[in-house]
Design a protein around this ligand. Structure first.
Ligand SMILES: Cc1cc2nc3c(=O)[nH]c(=O)nc-3n(C[C@H](O)[C@H](O)[C@H](O)COP(=O)(O)O)c2cc1C
Length: 193
């Protein structure tokens, strides 16, 4: 299969996830194109599955990801597509925080007119050593809620790589069960709302 992975990232964790997914798909002999949403990501045309990832910052996903989804939603909805969301909330056990995360994600998908076949919530990372004063202040509040055992000022990665292997299996199964490769003429002239 020919697979496209597009990611939005601010501190690099969503890129790390995208690179892990790329290796996993390649180990299953699929061809992968990896692209940063901040650059010039290719359209979904010619791909058998499209995976899009973004991370949560101040309860929002990266805007270039939303622009991409809006522009290409018709093609994304025709082929097998999946969304992975990276956040600290996904590392927490707090039901109220999870409800907020699901609500923000539903809002994002609705705004993009996108109906991915698979949505995966991925626990992100704390990178205190990379944050400026402002980010450190915000992250202390978020970390307290997401992981009461986190040590303020220490970096910590919560991403569960085994769960991501299952995500890869799910995407491959969905794409194999309903194979649709969007052709260029089908993805042109999509409405941008
Ligand atoms: C300034 C800032 C704001 C954040 N806001 C949220 C948030 O609202 N909800 C949440 O669950 N995680 C939040 N996080 C945690 C990030 O989602 C997490 O660190 C993730 O791994 C970042 O992914 P990235 O490196 O791909 O940008 C925030 C992180 C930073 C630095």
């Amino acid at each position: 299969m020919n697979i496209l992975i597009i990611y939005g990232t601010t501190e690099g964790q969503s890129r790390k996830v995208a690179e892990f997914l790329q290796k996993e798909f390649e180990s299953l002999h699929h061809k992968v194109t990896l692209s940063d949403a901040n650059g010039t990501p290719p359209s979904p045309s010619g791909y058998d599955a499209v995976i899009i990832g973004a991370s949560m910052h101040m309860e929002r996903y990266q805007e270039p990801v939303l622009y991409y989804v809006r522009e290409h939603h018709a093609a994304l909805n025709k082929t097998t597509s999946a969304f992975y969301s990276v956040s600290l909330t996904a590392a927490s056990d707090d039901e109220t925080s999870w409800q907020e995360l699901r609500h923000i994600t539903e809002h994002f998908l609705t705004a993009g007119h996108w109906h991915p076949a698979v949505v995966e919530y991925v626990a992100g990372a704390l990178r205190f050593t990379k944050y400026d004063f402002f980010k450190k202040f915000i992250l202390r509040q978020i970390a307290r809620r997401a992981d009461p055992h986190s040590v303020s000022g220490e970096d910590k990665e919560y991403t569960n790589w085994d769960t991501l292997k299952l995500f890869v299996t799910k995407v491959v199964q969905r794409a194999a069960a309903a194979p649709v490769t969007v052709r260029p003429e089908e993805s042109d002239f999509e409405a941008v709302c």
